[in-house]
Structures are given as structure tokens and as C-alpha cells.
Design a protein around this ligand. Structure first.
Ligand code: 5GP
Length: 116
């Protein structure tokens, strides 16, 4: 994370418009853009502008709540009226690839459980 002097990660470059993305929402503290490798007919990411590499270092529970509200707002705008799934992949065994905390929103078909 840039705020940890480790350089920008890919999501920070998207936030700074250094690489393109298909944006669905932006406010003071978050952005939402489509996942480049969608795992469902609708798949987007809710990303805080401030970089937290993982949940263990998240110190703002209010932000997490607001991101969830943004997730729901954009889900409805994207037509997910019959439901959707929210996922946080956290850490290596959680399958996290980008070290910048983010919420996946997936929907647009009947999702199965368990996912793996
Ligand atoms: P993670 O496994 O870290 O929870 O998920 C990272 C997600 O970011 C993946 O679903 C991946 O497809 C997506 N992703 C990685 N790089 C890019 C990118 O450059 N642009 C967009 N739009 N999504 C990306």
C-alpha cells in the first residue's frame, strides 16, 4: 500500500486512474468497479480508497459497514433484485490475491453453496 510506503498495488492504480477499470460507483472513501475475471454474470468489487492489506489491520468497523451499504446499493442498480453474494477473501488460505481489502459482490444466477 502507498500509505505503508510499499508502493501502489493494482487497486490503488485503478483508484488513481493509472490503469482502466469499468467503474460503477465512487464516493469520498470507496470505489466500485467490475471484476476483470468475472465468476458470475454480475461480479464487481467494492474497494476502500484507503489501503488495508487484510482484515487483521482494519481499524475502522464503520467503514466496513458503509462498504456493505455501497455493495447493496450497486447490487440493486445492477439488477440483483433476487439476491447476491458478498465475499471477502482474506489471507493466503482465504484465496486473497490483491493485498488491498475488498468486497466481492456476485450474482445474476442461482449460486451454489458451499462454493468449493
Ligand atoms: P482476491 O482474490 O484478492 O479476493 O480478488 C482479487 C480480484 O481482483 C480477482 O477476482 C481478480 O479477477 C480481480 N482483479 C485483479 N486484477 C484486476 C484488474 O486489474 N482489474 C480488475 N477490474 N479486476 C482485477
Amino acid at each position: 500500500c502507498r500509505n505503508m510506503s510499499e508502493g501502489k498495488n493494482i487497486f490503488e492504480k485503478i483508484i488513481d486512474r493509472e490503469i482502466p477499470a469499468s467503474f460503477l460507483h465512487e464516493d469520498e472513501e470507496s470505489v466500485v468497479f467490475k471484476d476483470i475475471n468475472p465468476q458470475a454474470p454480475v461480479h464487481f468489487l467494492v474497494v476502500p480508497k484507503k489501503c488495508y492489506p487484510k482484515l487483521e489491520v482494519m481499524d475502522d468497523p464503520g467503514l466496513i459497514g458503509r462498504l456493505m451499504m455501497v455493495a447493496n446499493k450497486v447490487a440493486k442498480e445492477q439488477g440483483l433484485v433476487k439476491g447476491y453474494r458478498v465475499v471477502i477473501n482474506n489471507g493466503d488460505e482465504g484465496g486473497q490475491e490483491v493485498p488491498h481489502l475488498h468486497i466481492h459482490v456476485l450474482g445474476g444466477k442461482q449460486l451454489k453453496w458451499p462454493p468449493c
